[in-house]
Ligand binder design. Structure first.
Ligand SMILES: Cc1ncc(C[n+]2csc(CCOP(=O)(O)OP(=O)(O)O)c2C)c(N)n1
Ligand SMILES: [Mg+2]
Length: 334
């Protein structure tokens, strides 16, 4: 049975000031980290692929505080913020971006393959839809190992709904009642393809409903709406041991990756969304409610910039893996 849509609280006065400032801090840490990564990419300090989630910070900032240390997280190649807010140190993320062995994946993964066992952050996945079966498998493993009450949060873009793995994963999670929170970050585009150009039906929650998975959709630019929806969804998954599909409507302000001429959307559309950006939209409301001053904002921003600069220094001072270790993680038989 599919429940009624969740009812969300987005009134800032319903939340404690400290909680709200912590969410601003979370979003600023992601924003400043990624802006600096873009710059470092231009300087060729960071190479390979780089996908930024600038504009989408409310997703990780809203969902992540609802998870417990024993829970699992699976994400996509647009996952720097997810790793960071899950608790992966900014130093080890930046070192990984540089390809240094002090990075969370020992420099073998780079931007798309952040991984950290200690925080149960199971990647970073370059394959569209690749994280969904992995998440379903992690939840099955928890069931088999009697790790009761654990939730697996699986983040993916709306482009993944075109993959068979999406339907297979939702179906199995529903059939076997596996505790997975499927978080669909619907930013309207899969590279340059708008959803309506690839899907006959753009009602994504209907696709979850087709598998009998409980679902809701919410404004993914509003960190409180995301937090409240995710809190209810996580509680439900944890207590009922069954999957939930949460669709977050969001938007990326930057190009798909560092190679994208953005010919598929108008500048006006991007500007319209920027006017509803997750950071300033929220801080304006906090200021209007007397819960935050410009000085508070500047202090949080300064802290974020300092943390990023310290991470850059850490990565710069890092070391390349010795050639002798090149095949260390190569599993193919000799
Ligand atoms: C199986 C597979 N097909 C195609 C690609 C190439 N590709 C990389 S990102 C992307 C778009 C995915 O869009 P979406 O899932 O909406 O995530 P977003 O990039 O918008 O965060 C595609 C098609 C891929 N990485 N994997
Ligand atoms: Mg997308």
């Amino acid at each position: 049975m599919i429940p009624e849509a969740l009812v969300f609280t987005t009134e800032v006065r319903d939340y404690a000031r400290d909680f709200c400032l912590a969410r601003v801090r979370d979003m600023l840490r992601i924003r400043r980290l990624e802006e600096r990564c873009a710059q470092l990419y231009g300087e060729q300090k960071i190479r390979g692929f780089l996908h930024l989630a600038i504009g989408e910070e409310a997703v990780a900032a809203g969902v992540m505080p609802n998870l417990q240390p024993q829970d699992n997280v699976v994400a996509t190649y647009r996952e720097h913020g997810h790793a960071l807010l899950r608790g992966v140190a900014m130093n080890s993320i930046m070192a990984e971006m540089y390809g240094k062995q002090e990075g969370c994946s020992r420099g073998h993964g780079g931007s798309m393959h952040l991984f950290d066992r200690a925080t149960r952050f199971f990647g970073g996945n370059a394959i569209v839809g690749g994280g969904l079966p992995l998440a379903t498998g992690l939840a099955l493993a928890d069931r088999q190992l009697a790790r009761d009450g654990c939730v697996t949060a699986c983040f993916f873009g709306e482009g993944a709904v075109a993959e068979g793995a999406f339907h297979e994963s939702l179906n199995l999670a529903a059939l076997w009642r596996l505790p997975v929170l499927f978080v669909c970050e619907n930013n309207l585009y899969a590279m340059g393809t708008a959803l309506a150009r690839s899907q006959a039906s753009i009602d994504l929650t209907a696709k979850a409903a087709a598998c009998g998975v409980a679902h809701a959709h919410v404004n993914g630019m509003n960190v409180l709406a995301v937090h409240d929806a995710a809190r209810q969804a996580v509680d439900k998954v944890r207590s009922e041991g069954a999957p939930f599909f949460l669709e977050l409507h969001t938007y990326r302000f930057r190009a798909h990756s560092m190679f994208d001429a953005e010919l598929y959307r108008d500048k006006e559309e991007v500007d319209r969304w920027k006017a509803h950006g997750p950071i300033h939209g929220f801080t304006d409301r906090l200021k209007a409610a007397g819960m935050m001053t410009e000085a508070d904002f500047e202090a949080l921003d300064r802290e974020a910039v300092e943390e990023v600069e310290a991470a850059v220094r850490f990565a710069e001072a890092g070391t390349w893996e010795p050639v002798a270790q090149l095949t260390r993680d190569v599993l193919a038989p000799a």
